[in-house]
Design a binder for this molecule. Structure first.
Ligand code: BGC
Length: 767
């Protein structure tokens, strides 16, 4: 396997310039702070292969849906995450020669993503046409402490010669998306202004009127002061300054560029310019070091809450840290309007921000590391979209609510019929997150205040979507796509049928709970929702008579009707150069084959873990995993959790490493498009729920840890019902320390323990 980065616990290091893989490096080196993000693009011009990307949370473009054959029910638009004003730009000329790392001679190039303090550092030496060397060092960060602020320090040191240096710091809104039709530009200029040392630009999206103001201010600091000449530049959607000076031999000249980015999502439209100017002024007055100090302190806190420490395996350590780092850069839960996009701020792919990924994969990470309120915000996000989900179901001729496959505002913005109309299992994931939240937090009020409505409407959808088959006296769900997107339009996907029925069951269970514990609220809800006995009976009938495909000879669940009619090969049979299948095989060949993109039956075993015994999990894992190509980033993590549970420790570790290093090692050969943010939370699951065996059942937190053979020790922290715990697993013992909270009971390897306030429970490691 090609090694892209040096293995290091806290840093992601690229040594030497890699023009051929530059997009991969750019994705991995992305920075973000929940409000905005940028790919690891260079400040100075680069004419080589690059995907320019600056993204602002919640700012998108509804691109008109264009398809060959319009199908009733298609959404009007596809939400594009749009490339916004480039604010990092600083063109550089040394002795009149433009620095362009695709053309300029360069040596000792290093690009380092420092995860501990959240910054990107580049160091390199350029060699001009007269063989003179000049050292460059560039450091930038997007402040986690003040989300609208970014800062760059750009230093130039000529070695053994005086150099005439020209910096052109600029803001450029003349940008487009690579995936835009006919190179369409999404922004129009509203206002701009530039003077020496300062400038700003306001642009607005052509549709939806998102206004974004970007302001910059800079200073130039020299070891040996020289005269500085400054000119202003104005172009279409562009402001800049041209700064020319002499950089003295062996002395360092640094340009500090401060940037603020404000939008009318956060302020009234007529205030964003003033706000941007005020913020950039404050940033400038604080200075680079102070801003950086505040930023890195905020990172210290985030790491304190969410770090996982692994001893004895630097590759694994780097992998998990990279995942946690990117998750925290993407979403911190402080803005309930936002959600977690599969690519975060690292690329254009997967327009729209919210997929079932949030509920199925990201939820637990945020629940355990950021706490109940953040998790609740994620649930409320969907609650607020309930009306839209009802409209969506209606549009498709169905009752109840069908949540969109992909969304920005609650409206569907995905337009491939086999997914938009058929990948309906997502509805159950949204209900499952409610169950998961209540199981973990014990917050039953949520059910009465919000959850029940979502459960009833999703249940109504399922009750309408099933088909009763009188010949078999069974309910079936026809024409679906399960989580395994390498099969479309199948009948009776086991996972979908199982989760649909579970959704109905849970709704009925919650109904009973509300009836007894919240009678007043319950009565109001019954009226509001027009809930009738007749429909409740229908739900019970569906639960009793749901059809589940099953392979008797192997005693495994059948992924869908007809799966066993396929040529049953295993992934080992596929020649290596034909992988990944989605880049090598025709689509019809993929559909006909038995190869599975991602956890499907296994996803069901994971969600409804308590319903299936270890033997059942083993049999299904043994049958399906060897046929799974894991070409969705969401696949290895779930498999890893199940592998841990059934005692397949090596397999669990192998799959863990695959999920943790998916982007660092470009395993699915698509990191150039951006990072797989949502599956990164799956990596966390693989350690905490897999290796750590963490579960919550009957209001009790339990652990069943093991340690991978090549690890000496690992530890993670979790928040649980007001308790902050640190779990450490060594080769010999499991130590559960209570860092915050009162005495409470936990279970370790199925035994009860009292975990005292400020105390520990130490249990011998079960080998
Ligand atoms: C997966 C989906 C997922 C989407 C976004 C697809 O490749 O098959 O399950 O929701 O990516 O991450």
């Amino acid at each position: 396997m090609k090694q892209y980065f040096k293995v290091d616990e806290w840093n992601i290091i690229e040594e030497g310039l890699h023009p051929e893989d530059n997009r991969i490096y750019e994705s991995v080196m992305s920075l973000g702070n929940g409000h905005m993000g940028i790919r690891g693009n260079f400040e100075e011009s680069y004419s080589g292969n690059s995907l320019q990307g600056t993204y602002i949370a919640g700012v998108y473009y509804p691109d008109k849906t264009k398809v060959g054959w319009w199908k009733v029910g298609y959404p009007e638009y596809y939400a594009k995450v749009i490339n916004a004003t480039n604010f990092i730009g600083i063109d550089l000329y040394i002795n009149g020669e433009k620095v362009d790392l695709a053309k300029t001679k360069v040596k000792d190039f290093k690009r380092i993503l420092n995860m501990k303090h959240g910054y990107l550092l580049r160091t390199f030496t350029i060699i001009d046409s007269k063989n003179r060397e000049t050292k460059i060092e560039v450091k930038r960060f997007l402040s986690i402490a003040d989300k609208e602020i970014a800062a760059i320090s750009y230093s130039v040191t000529p070695i053994g010669h005086d150099a005439k240096v020209t910096f052109i710091p600029y803001l450029d809104g003349y940008v487009s998306n690579e995936d835009s039709n006919y190179n369409e530009k999404f922004w129009v200029e509203i206002d701009k202004w530039v003077e020496k040392y300062k400038g700003y630009l306001t642009v607005k999206t052509k549709k939806l009127n998102f206004y974004v103001s970007t302001a910059m201010k800079y200073s130039v600091i020299q070891d040996d002061k020289t005269e500085v000449d400054v000119e202003t530049i104005e172009k279409k959607k562009y402001v800049g300054n041209k700064i020319t000076l002499i950089a003295k031999k062996d002395k360092t000249t640094t340009l500090y560029k401060y940037i603020s980015v404000t939008t009318n999502r956060d302020y009234p439209t007529d205030k964003i310019k003033d706000k941007a100017l005020e913020k950039v002024e404050n940033a400038y007055n604080k200075g680079f070091e102070k801003l950086f100090h505040e930023h890195s302190k905020a990172w210290d806190k985030l790491w304190e809450e969410s770090d996982i420490v692994i001893e004895g395996d630097t590759k694994a350590q780097q992998g998990i840290r990279f995942n946690i780092f990117q998750l925290n850069q993407t979403y911190l839960g402080d803005d309930p309007r936002l959600n977690i996009g599969p690519k975060g701020f690292t690329g254009e792919k997967y327009g729209g921000s919210t997929y079932w990924d949030t509920e199925a994969f990201c939820f637990n990470f945020y629940l355990s590391t950021r706490g109940e309120q953040v998790a609740k915000n994620l649930l409320l996000y969907r609650y607020k979209h309930l009306e839209k989900a009802k409209e969506n179901a209606k549009k498709l001729g169905m009752k109840g609510a069908l949540y969109p496959m992909v969304t920005m505002t609650g409206e569907e913005c995905h337009n491939e019929w086999e997914i938009t109309f058929e990948e309906i299992h997502r509805n159950a994931a949204i209900s499952y997150a409610i169950f998961n939240y209540v199981r973990y937090t014990g917050d039953k009020n949520y059910l009465a205040d919000y959850g029940f409505e979502v459960l009833v409407e999703t249940s109504r959808y399922w009750a309408d979507r099933v088909t009763y088959n009188p010949r078999k006296d069974k309910y079936m769900i026809l024409g679906v796509t399960g989580p395994n997107e390498y099969e479309n339009n199948v009948n009776n996907n086991w996972y979908t049928n199982t989760m649909a029925s579970w959704n109905l069951e849970y709704t009925l269970k919650v109904k009973e709970l509300l009836e007894t514990e919240y009678p007043e609220k319950y009565n109001k809800l019954v009226n509001k929702l027009n809930l009738t006995e007749e429909e409740l009976n229908k739900w019970k009938d569906i639960i009793n008579k749901m059809y589940y495909p099953y392979v008797e000879s192997l005693d495994v669940f059948e992924q869908q009707d007809g799966y066993m009619d396929k040529e049953l090969k295993v992934v080992e049979d596929i020649p290596k150069d034909e992988l990944p299948l989605n880049q090598n095989w025709s689509w019809d060949r993929i559909l006909r084959s038995c190869f599975i993109k991602q956890a499907d039956v296994i996803q069901g075993l994971y969600f409804l873990s308590d319903r299936f015994d270890i033997e059942t999990k083993k049999r299904n894992f043994d049958f399906y995993e060897p046929r799974t190509v894991h070409e969705s980033s969401l696949s290895p993590c779930v498999h890893s959790v199940i592998a841990s549970e059934i005692g397949y420790k090596d397999k669990a570790y192998e799959l863990y490493l695959r999920t943790a290093r998916l982007d660092l090692d470009n395993i699915n050969k698509d990191t150039d498009d951006g990072l797989h943010i949502t599956s990164m939370a799956g990596t966390w699951m693989a350690i905490v729920e897999g290796f750590g065996g963490m579960k919550v059942k009957n209001n009790t937190l339990s652990f069943k840890p093991f340690i991978p053979d090549n690890w000496n020790k690992y530890s993670f922290k979790i928040l649980f019902r007001g308790h902050l715990l640190k779990i450490t697993v060594t080769k010999k013992e499991v130590i559960i320390k209570q860092e915050k909270g009162q005495n409470f009971n936990i279970r370790v390897y199925d035994e009860n323990y009292l975990l005292p306030k400020d105390g520990k429970v130490i249990v011998k490691l079960n080998k």
